[in-house]
Write a protein that binds this ligand. Structure first.
Ligand code: DAT
Length: 174
Protein backbone atom coordinates (compact mmCIF):
# COMPACT_ATOMS: atom_id res chain seq x y z
CA UNK A 1 0.00 0.00 0.00
CA UNK A 2 1.27 3.42 -0.94
CA UNK A 3 1.43 5.84 2.00
CA UNK A 4 -0.34 9.16 1.60
CA UNK A 5 2.07 12.02 1.24
CA UNK A 6 2.15 14.31 4.26
CA UNK A 7 3.91 17.64 4.80
CA UNK A 8 6.72 18.52 7.19
CA UNK A 9 6.17 21.64 9.29
CA UNK A 10 8.79 23.62 11.20
CA UNK A 11 7.70 25.55 14.28
CA UNK A 12 10.43 27.93 15.33
CA UNK A 13 10.95 31.08 17.40
CA UNK A 14 12.54 32.28 20.63
CA UNK A 15 12.15 30.00 23.67
CA UNK A 16 8.80 30.65 25.37
CA UNK A 17 6.81 31.79 22.33
CA UNK A 18 4.58 28.71 22.43
CA UNK A 19 6.06 26.22 19.94
CA UNK A 20 5.54 23.18 22.14
CA UNK A 21 1.99 24.10 23.10
CA UNK A 22 1.04 24.63 19.46
CA UNK A 23 3.03 21.67 18.12
CA UNK A 24 1.52 19.07 20.44
CA UNK A 25 -2.02 20.25 19.83
CA UNK A 26 -1.39 20.39 16.11
CA UNK A 27 -0.10 16.82 16.13
CA UNK A 28 -3.29 15.69 17.86
CA UNK A 29 -5.52 17.46 15.38
CA UNK A 30 -3.65 16.48 12.20
CA UNK A 31 -2.24 13.06 13.08
CA UNK A 32 1.25 14.25 12.10
CA UNK A 33 4.06 13.33 14.47
CA UNK A 34 5.58 15.89 16.78
CA UNK A 35 9.33 16.07 17.40
CA UNK A 36 10.88 18.40 19.96
CA UNK A 37 14.56 18.74 19.06
CA UNK A 38 15.52 19.55 22.65
CA UNK A 39 13.93 16.32 23.89
CA UNK A 40 15.38 14.28 21.02
CA UNK A 41 18.88 15.55 21.82
CA UNK A 42 18.38 14.83 25.50
CA UNK A 43 17.18 11.28 24.87
CA UNK A 44 19.96 10.44 22.43
CA UNK A 45 22.59 12.59 24.18
CA UNK A 46 23.17 14.29 20.82
CA UNK A 47 25.52 16.85 22.33
CA UNK A 48 28.90 18.21 21.48
CA UNK A 49 30.25 19.96 24.57
CA UNK A 50 28.79 22.30 27.17
CA UNK A 51 28.11 26.03 26.97
CA UNK A 52 29.35 27.51 30.27
CA UNK A 53 27.89 30.94 29.59
CA UNK A 54 24.33 29.69 29.07
CA UNK A 55 24.75 26.60 31.23
CA UNK A 56 23.36 24.20 28.71
CA UNK A 57 24.73 21.42 26.54
CA UNK A 58 25.64 22.26 22.94
CA UNK A 59 23.61 20.49 20.29
CA UNK A 60 25.49 18.17 17.93
CA UNK A 61 23.71 19.43 14.82
CA UNK A 62 25.11 16.82 12.43
CA UNK A 63 23.96 13.97 14.60
CA UNK A 64 20.51 15.53 15.00
CA UNK A 65 20.17 15.81 11.22
CA UNK A 66 21.43 12.24 10.66
CA UNK A 67 19.07 10.91 13.31
CA UNK A 68 16.01 12.52 11.72
CA UNK A 69 16.68 12.43 8.00
CA UNK A 70 14.94 9.15 7.18
CA UNK A 71 11.78 10.17 9.01
CA UNK A 72 11.77 13.61 7.40
CA UNK A 73 12.09 12.13 3.93
CA UNK A 74 9.00 10.02 4.71
CA UNK A 75 7.09 13.18 5.68
CA UNK A 76 4.37 14.01 8.17
CA UNK A 77 6.55 15.54 10.88
CA UNK A 78 6.13 18.68 12.98
CA UNK A 79 9.54 19.86 14.23
CA UNK A 80 9.85 22.22 17.22
CA UNK A 81 13.13 24.06 17.80
CA UNK A 82 14.36 27.55 18.76
CA UNK A 83 16.61 27.66 15.74
CA UNK A 84 16.17 26.79 12.10
CA UNK A 85 19.37 27.07 10.08
CA UNK A 86 20.75 23.71 11.20
CA UNK A 87 18.16 21.74 9.22
CA UNK A 88 18.36 20.92 5.50
CA UNK A 89 16.14 23.31 3.54
CA UNK A 90 14.59 20.38 1.64
CA UNK A 91 13.02 18.99 4.84
CA UNK A 92 10.25 21.56 5.24
CA UNK A 93 7.20 22.45 3.21
CA UNK A 94 6.32 25.36 5.49
CA UNK A 95 7.99 27.26 8.32
CA UNK A 96 6.16 29.14 11.09
CA UNK A 97 8.00 31.66 13.24
CA UNK A 98 5.99 32.30 16.40
CA UNK A 99 6.23 35.82 17.82
CA UNK A 100 5.40 37.09 21.31
CA UNK A 101 5.40 40.65 22.69
CA UNK A 102 8.44 41.14 24.84
CA UNK A 103 6.73 41.98 28.13
CA UNK A 104 4.66 38.82 27.81
CA UNK A 105 7.69 36.74 26.85
CA UNK A 106 9.64 38.13 29.81
CA UNK A 107 6.92 36.92 32.19
CA UNK A 108 6.73 33.48 30.56
CA UNK A 109 10.49 32.95 30.70
CA UNK A 110 10.73 34.24 34.25
CA UNK A 111 8.10 31.74 35.38
CA UNK A 112 10.11 29.06 33.60
CA UNK A 113 12.96 29.96 35.93
CA UNK A 114 15.12 31.96 33.55
CA UNK A 115 17.06 34.77 35.25
CA UNK A 116 19.85 37.26 34.54
CA UNK A 117 21.69 37.08 31.24
CA UNK A 118 19.79 34.07 29.98
CA UNK A 119 16.47 35.87 30.49
CA UNK A 120 17.73 39.13 28.98
CA UNK A 121 19.35 37.49 25.96
CA UNK A 122 16.24 35.52 25.11
CA UNK A 123 13.99 38.57 25.33
CA UNK A 124 16.49 40.47 23.16
CA UNK A 125 16.49 37.62 20.68
CA UNK A 126 12.75 38.24 20.28
CA UNK A 127 13.08 42.03 20.09
CA UNK A 128 15.74 41.77 17.37
CA UNK A 129 13.63 39.13 15.57
CA UNK A 130 16.73 36.96 15.35
CA UNK A 131 14.93 33.73 14.55
CA UNK A 132 12.76 35.33 11.89
CA UNK A 133 15.88 36.69 10.18
CA UNK A 134 17.47 33.25 10.45
CA UNK A 135 14.39 31.67 8.89
CA UNK A 136 14.24 33.94 5.87
CA UNK A 137 17.96 33.40 5.30
CA UNK A 138 17.63 29.62 5.51
CA UNK A 139 14.34 29.04 3.63
CA UNK A 140 12.58 30.42 0.63
CA UNK A 141 10.73 33.49 1.85
CA UNK A 142 7.39 32.31 0.43
CA UNK A 143 7.24 29.40 2.86
CA UNK A 144 8.13 31.42 5.99
CA UNK A 145 5.20 32.82 7.99
CA UNK A 146 5.10 34.76 11.24
CA UNK A 147 2.36 33.99 13.75
CA UNK A 148 1.35 36.09 16.76
CA UNK A 149 1.44 33.96 19.88
CA UNK A 150 0.30 36.23 22.70
CA UNK A 151 -3.10 34.95 23.77
CA UNK A 152 -5.14 31.74 23.91
CA UNK A 153 -7.17 33.19 21.00
CA UNK A 154 -3.95 33.43 18.97
CA UNK A 155 -3.27 29.79 19.75
CA UNK A 156 -6.73 28.74 18.55
CA UNK A 157 -6.42 30.84 15.41
CA UNK A 158 -2.95 29.48 14.59
CA UNK A 159 -4.13 25.92 15.11
CA UNK A 160 -7.08 26.43 12.83
CA UNK A 161 -4.94 28.00 10.09
CA UNK A 162 -2.29 25.29 10.15
CA UNK A 163 -4.82 22.45 10.27
CA UNK A 164 -6.50 23.96 7.21
CA UNK A 165 -3.19 24.40 5.43
CA UNK A 166 -2.27 20.77 6.16
CA UNK A 167 -5.58 19.45 4.82
CA UNK A 168 -5.20 21.49 1.66
CA UNK A 169 -1.60 20.31 1.19
CA UNK A 170 -2.72 16.68 1.46
CA UNK A 171 -5.47 17.23 -1.11
CA UNK A 172 -3.03 18.85 -3.50
CA UNK A 173 -0.36 16.16 -3.15
CA UNK A 174 -2.35 12.92 -3.05
P1 DAT B 1 8.20 27.12 23.60
O1 DAT B 1 7.97 25.67 23.23
O2 DAT B 1 8.23 28.01 22.41
O3 DAT B 1 9.38 27.32 24.50
P2 DAT B 1 5.81 26.77 25.26
O4 DAT B 1 4.86 26.10 24.34
O5 DAT B 1 6.52 25.93 26.27
O6 DAT B 1 6.90 27.62 24.44
O7 DAT B 1 5.01 27.94 25.96
C1 DAT B 1 5.59 28.78 26.97
C2 DAT B 1 4.51 29.22 27.95
O8 DAT B 1 3.62 30.10 27.32
C3 DAT B 1 3.67 28.07 28.47
O9 DAT B 1 3.42 28.34 29.83
C4 DAT B 1 2.38 28.15 27.68
C5 DAT B 1 2.28 29.60 27.35
N1 DAT B 1 1.69 29.87 26.02
C6 DAT B 1 2.02 29.29 24.85
N2 DAT B 1 1.30 29.79 23.83
C7 DAT B 1 0.50 30.74 24.37
C8 DAT B 1 -0.48 31.64 23.84
N3 DAT B 1 -0.80 31.67 22.53
N4 DAT B 1 -1.12 32.47 24.69
C9 DAT B 1 -0.82 32.45 26.01
N5 DAT B 1 0.09 31.64 26.58
C10 DAT B 1 0.75 30.80 25.77
Amino acid sequence: MKMRKRPNILLTGTPGVGKTTLGKELAQQTGLSYINIGDLAQEGQLYDGYDEEYQCPILDEDRVVDELDEKMVEGGVIVDYHGCDLFPERWFHIVFVLRTDNTQLYTRLESRGYTGKKLQDNVQCEIFQTIYEEAIEAYSEEIVHQLSSNTPEDLEHNLEQIVQWTEQWMKDHN
